[in-house]
Design a protein around this ligand. Structure first.
Ligand SMILES: Cc1cc2nc3c(=O)[nH]c(=O)nc-3n(C[C@H](O)[C@H](O)[C@H](O)COP(=O)(O)O)c2cc1C
Length: 320
């Protein structure tokens, strides 16, 4: 049975999205919460509490993620999360954002391996909960990977999730270095593969190379919410279930958020999901340009299109 994880996607996979996905599709063994970023004040913001509050994640296998470069702040957050009942926290050392990495956080931590080493030393010695890591394979070049890997290897990390791009690669097509994963797999580490798994064939190819390795999917799974189920041998996406999923999301956002926020979140999600439809460029554009009053009509038009075969994420499809 394939073990598939839902990647954290800030701005997309929030509590409402994760809960609704779990109810409609399943096929995912763990949902990662987009990062929270503890500061010296040692309080969670209301937005963070909405994301991590156990009452919002009840019954759903969920792993919170922390973005921090100070062991003290990480440990504070990890401890609070342990008290809430989480048994694992994930450290983000992959976020490529300019503001994040300029502060030495996220992928910025890959630039100073001495600091990363002492951070992990302290965190692994003191954390009251298992720690896993989600990493890129370098800041500027894949040549940095052997050294990064040798630091990570020293610590009892629960898992290492590898997105085999450098920070400079952001999320661009053609910037993956899958061979760096092979190097990690030669060590006796618990690894998870992440990056550009957009079709069942993509998943099968990684599984064939690394039997039993867990897979983490992000954009491909937001685009086709049945991808994890199908990759694990289940049924492919059907149009009616996509419609039902959409309607449940829209209803939940409208109930729990102000209308303009509900609409902008749905529009963002539908930019991804509209890649599922055949020849729907114009209809997708109308969803993108919609306002809260014209949104439902634009969605009805989009759903007049048939599903593409296979429904598949493409950067071009989302206008990048
Ligand atoms: C909009 C967006 C938001 C993201 N937010 C996070 C995040 O909060 N934490 C994280 O570790 N990675 C984040 N990522 C990276 C994804 O988790 C994942 O590593 C990346 O998209 C590659 O996987 P994919 O090709 O399956 O999408 C984000 C990516 C995107 C596109």
């Amino acid at each position: 049975m394939m073990d598939i994880r839902f990647a954290p996607l800030e701005g997309l996979t929030d509590t409402i999205y994760r809960r609704t996905h779990y109810q409609h599709f399943g096929g995912v063994s763990k949902y990662y919460i987009p990062f929270i970023s503890p500061t010296q004040h040692h309080v969670f913001t209301p937005k963070e509490l909405r994301a991590i509050g156990p009452e919002h994640n009840a019954g759903i296998p969920t792993v919170p993620q922390i973005l921090a470069k100070d062991a003290e702040h990480f440990l504070w957050a990890a401890d609070e999360l342990a008290k809430m009942g989480y048994d694992e926290v994930n450290l983000n050392i992959g976020c490529p954002s300019g503001t994040v990495s300029a502060k030495g956080k996220g992928a910025g931590m890959l630039r100073d391996l001495y600091a990363l080493d002492s951070f992990l030393h302290e965190v692994c010695a003191k954390a009251s909960v298992a720690v896993s890591v989600k990493t890129r394979i370098g800041f500027e070049s894949p040549d940095e990977w052997p050294e990064i890997l040798s630091v990570l290897c020293e610590y009892p990390l629960k898992e290492i999730i590898i997105h085999p791009r450098t920070r400079t690669g952001f999320y661009k097509v053609g910037t993956l270095y899958p061979e760096t994963f092979r190097r990690a797999a030669e060590n006796k580490l618990s690894l998870v593969y992440n990056g550009d798994l957009f079709t069942v064939t993509d998943c099968a190819s990684i599984q064939a190379q690394y039997p039993g390795i867990p897979l983490m999917m992000g954009r491909g799974l937001v685009c086709n919410p049945a991808l994890a189920r199908e990759a694990a041998g289940g049924a492919p996406l059907e149009k009616q279930e996509l419609r039902n999923f959409h309607d449940s999301l829209w209803e939940a956002y409208c109930q729990e958020r102000p209308l303009d926020q509900a609409h902008s979140r749905m529009r963002e999600l539908m930019i991804y999901m509209s890649c599922c439809f055949e020849a729907a460029h114009k209809a997708a554009k109308n969803v993108r340009k919609s306002n809260p009053n014209t949104y439902e009509e634009a969605i009805d038009r989009l759903f007049e299109h048939e599903l593409a075969c296979p429904p598949c994420f493409s950067q071009q499809g989302i206008g990048l």
